[in-house]
Every structure is written in structure tokens, then in C-alpha cells.
Ligand binder design. Structure first.
Ligand code: GLN
Length: 489
């Protein structure tokens, strides 16, 4: 098998056994990137030089079996700071920002022997569901180059799906790991809020943002999570909950007999794309045949999730993005003599349209006259949504839902209609509001459109091993997806 098709686990194994060198791994991926990037435009920067240099140094030293990701190339979403590598958030505002420090996620990846091979495209400041809000390029879905890869981590998901890397890192504020993973036919894990440090994750909605792995298998996701999870004194919201050995735990997970999987009726009775509906029903049968018990539940506040999410996330975004004023950092407009004009012009020119829309709406919901009616009310409803989930877990192990009501849509199809785009987050954002972990994974290709269909498992806080353990069993029973059609020439 070509090196670039291997899993992260097999890459490390192969290097330890002496089957190939780190340098060969990096070269294989760089070549693959060169071949596929013209088609999908998933990356903003390819770190060829540094990656090759690091590989040579690692080969000189020899493999270190203690390092969990020794020699594994990783693509990182361009919202996570990387020392000496430009970090743009796909925004003109940060077009020339070269951080002098690594985000905690990147630091931990590097310490475990991973190689940062590229930075991936995204919606500007992670705002969007299609990656079309990038100031720099439009990423295409590897399954159909006329469609979006999802967003905002569309570059990361497309890159993993196209075998440009075994593992990429995305971030998820309202669905941005899970939805693009579903659109591209790969596995996306959004950890519990606080499981992974947000230090160096350029803030969008601070009470919602979490970074997590996008992989092609449950095991790779477990391995990467065990590297990036854990308390970080630099992020006071990171949790000191001990980090288990996820890989060992999911290996110990015996079978699905007696596992209770809940199907929320508000999600499954929603109008779903026919392919998603049909594939999901087949999947229910598979789960039952493996011994799982499927129960119906109600999450009554589901209908408020999108409105609540967008009020809270825009409020937080408007506050977080206030720092880009052209003085302390970011783009500065030319030829303005007066301070206020300089702020206004820098922000008008530096931010794209969607980001400006959100700053305006966020400022509005936080303003003195409207705070109680919008922000405060949303904060209250947020608690009700979380309570729905937590009480559901009294009677089940995991909840199973669709990731998105729609399949990957065509490029430009929804960009003029932001409300439609927001509404499609209905199944993903409730989980972020509740701080819960979720795992999105492919269950096959739709019959009509031949596009990947993904569903997600949701677990109680800090129960990532349950999500991964169940999926690891199911994965073996699902037909593996073929080579993404957009890449077969
Ligand atoms: N689509 C959602 C939004 O635009 C989610 C984005 C995300 O998770 N970063 O806010």
C-alpha cells in the first residue's frame, strides 16, 4: 500500500519497524499534496522545507517509541497559531501574522513527534459552514469538485479525505469539525468543552470553541485525542479531568450488546435529505444486529438551538474581534490620519462580509437596550438545551443524530442566503451550547447523489472513549468508502 494511504498508527508502526523512514513519509505526503491540491485547494500553506528538515533530524536520532505520533504528518487549521508559520484565520486581517508561539495543541503534537505539514483553509475566523468565507481560496469537496467541503474546517476535512495527511486538526464552535467531516466522508471528533486547551486557538466563540482531530478511523482519532487533551495552565477553562489512554480503552470495549443508543425524535423527524434518511435507517438496523438497543427520546428545546447559538456566538465574536483595531495587531488601512477613521477603515477593509455581519449583530444583542431580550434570554435557553441532553443520558449511553439535514451543496448555492446556511447547523450547535463531546463519522454513500452521509454520536461530558469505542466496533461492519470521486481522473 502507498504510504500516504496508511493510518497514523500504521505510519508510526512502520517507522518503528524500519519499513520506512520519516523522510519517506513526509515526501510521500508532499507528493500527494502536489497531485491533489490543484483539484481541491484545501491548504493555505505547505510547510515543505521545515517538514523535510524535521524529518531528517528525526531519522538521524532514530525512532522514539514513547512518542505517540512519531513521524506522523498533521495538517492544522489556520486558526491555531504555529510558531514561525503564518497563521491567517483565512482573513485579510491576519494575512501577514507570523506568531512567535505555538498553540498548545500544536505544541503537544510536536512534542509527540508529529510533523506539521500544512495549514488548512477555513471560513474566515471560523465563521461559516462551507469554507466559502475564506479571503484566500475556495476549497472543493474531494467527492465532487463542484460542491463545498463544509465548514468552517473544510480545508482540514477535505485534506484528510484526499489522503493529503492521515490526520488533520479542526475546530468546532457550532459544528465545524463534524459537519465538514460528514461532507467529506471522514471522522471528526469534537471533544468536551475544556478537554483540549484553547491557548493559541484564535478565539471566535470562547465558551464554545474546541479543537479536535479529523481522521479516517476511530483509532487514529483516539490516538490524537490522547496527545492533545489535558489541563493547560495557560487556559483556565481547560479541565483537570485525567486523560485516559483512549486507544487502550476503545480496544477493551467488547461489543454493542446492551448498549443503549437514543434517537431524539426532534432530530429524526426533521425534514432530512432522502439519502441521509435512507442510509441512517439502514444504519439503525446494523446497530440492532450488533446487539445495541435503540430507544426514542425527546430533546424538547431543539427548535431553539440555532437561534440561541447564533445570539451567543455572535455576541462572543463581536467582543473577541474587537482586538483587531489596526494598532495592536492585524491589517492597518493606509493613508488615514485620524484614529477613529483608522479603526473603521482597517476593520472595514480587513474583515470580510460575513465577519462584519456577525460583529454588527453581536454588538446589537449585547447593547444596553437589547441585552436582556437577546443575550440574557439566549444564555437561559442554553441551560435548558443542556439540561435536555443531560437528563436524556439518564436513560442511554449515547445519542445518535444526523450531522446535517443536507448533503454537501454546490459551490455558491447558499452563500447569498446566510439564514439558510445558519439553519443547517440545527443538529450540530446544540452540542456546543451544552459543552458535550460528539463524533461524526461516515456511514456510506447516498444512493441518489453518491455523496458521503455522516451521522454523529453524542456522549456525556468527558466520555469520549464511549463515542470512540462504539464507533470503533461499528466501523469494521461498514463498507469502506471508495477513493473520493473528484480525485479519480
Ligand atoms: N457554522 C457555524 C458558524 O458559522 C459553526 C462554525 C464553527 O463551528 N466554527 O458559526
Amino acid at each position: 500500500m502507498e504510504i500516504y494511504r496508511l493510518s497514523a498508527i500504521d505510519i508510526k508502526e512502520g517507522i518503528l519497524k524500519g519499513d520506512f523512514k520519516v523522510k519517506e513519509v513526509v515526501e510521500a505526503y508532499l507528493k500527494r499534496i502536489e497531485e491533489t491540491e490543484k483539484k481541491i485547494d484545501a491548504l493555505l500553506f505547505v510547510n515543505s522545507e521545515q517538514a523535510l528538515k524535521q524529518a531528517e533530524e528525526m531519522d538521524k536520532k532514530g525512532p522514539d517509541p514513547e512518542k505517540k505520533l512519531w513521524g506522523v504528518p498533521v495538517v492544522v487549521k489556520d486558526v491555531l497559531t504555529t510558531r514561525d508559520i503564518k497563521t491567517t484565520c483565512a482573513s485579510k486581517m491576519l494575512e501577514n501574522f507570523v506568531p512567535f508561539y505555538d498553540s498548545e495543541v500544536v505544541k503537544r503534537l510536536k512534542e509527540s513527534g508529529a510533523i506539521i505539514i500544512a495549514k488548512s483553509n477555513m471560513d474566515e475566523f471560523a465563521m461559516g459552514s462551507s469554507t466559502e468565507n475564506s479571503a484566500f481560496k475556495i476549497t472543493k469537496n474531494p467527492w465532487d469538485l463542484t460542491r463545498v467541503p463544509g465548514g468552517s474546517s473544510g480545508g482540514s476535512a477535505a485534506s484528510t479525505a484526499a489522503y493529503q495527511c492521515p490526520v488533520s486538526i479542526g475546530t468546532d464552535t457550532g459544528g465545524s469539525i463534524r459537519q465538514p467531516a460528514a461532507f467529506c466522508g471522514v471522522v471528526g471528533l469534537k471533544p468536551t468543552y475544556g478537554r483540549v486547551s484553547r491557548f493559541g486557538l484564535i478565539a471566535y466563540g470562547s465558551s464554545l470553541d474546541q479543537a479536535g482531530p479529523i481522521t479516517r478511523s476511530a483509532k487514529d482519532a483516539a490516538l490524537v485525542l490522547s496527545v492533545i487533551a489535558g489541563k493547560d495552565p495557560k487556559d483556565s477553562t481547560s479541565s483537570s479531568e485525567p486523560v485516559p489512554d483512549y486507544l487502550a480503552l476503545i480496544d477493551n470495549f467488547k461489543d454493542l450488546k446492551g448498549v443503549k443508543i437514543a434517537l431524539p425524535k426532534e432530530y429524526w423527524e426533521y425534514e432530512l435529505d432522502k439519502d441521509i434518511d435512507k442510509k441512517s435507517k439502514e444504519f439503525f438496523e446494523l446497530l440492532k444486529s450488533l446487539g445495541a438497543e435503540l430507544v426514542s427520546i425527546s430533546l424538547p428545546h431543539t427548535k431553539y438551538a440555532v437561534a440561541t447559538y447564533y445570539i451567543i456566538v455572535m455576541a462572543e465574536a463581536s467582543s473577541n474581534l474587537a482586538r483587531y483595531d489596526g494598532v495592536r495587531y492585524g491589517y492597518r488601512a493606509k493613508d488615514v490620519k485620524e484614529l477613529i477613521k483608522m479603526y473603521t477603515k482597517s476593520r472595514s477593509e480587513g474583515f470580510g462580509f460575513e465577519v462584519q455581519r456577525r460583529i454588527i449583530l453581536g454588538t446589537y444583542v449585547l447593547s444596553a437596550g437589547y441585552y436582556d431580550a437577546y443575550y440574557k434570554k439566549a444564555a437561559q435557553v442554553r441551560r435548558l438545551i443542556r439540561d435536555d441532553f443531560l437528563s436524556a443520558f439518564n436513560s442511554c449511553d449515547v445519542i445518535l443524530t444526523p450531522v446535517s439535514p443536507i448533503l454537501p451543496f454546490r459551490l455558491k448555492e447558499k452563500i447569498e442566503d446566510p439564514l439558510q446556511m445558519y439553519l443547517a447547523d440545527i443538529f450540530s450547535c446544540g452540542l456546543n451550547l451544552s459543552g458535550l463531546p460528539g463524533l461524526s463519522f461516515p456511514i456510506g454513500l447516498g444512493e441518489r447523489e453518491k455523496l458521503p452521509v455522516g451521522v454523529q454520536f453524542i456522549a456525556p461530558p468527558f466520555k469520549e472513549e464511549v463515542l470512540l469505542g462504539i464507533y470503533n466496533k461499528v466501523e469494521k461492519e461498514l463498507t469502506p468508502l471508495p477513493e473520493p470521486y473528484g480525485l479519480v481522473s
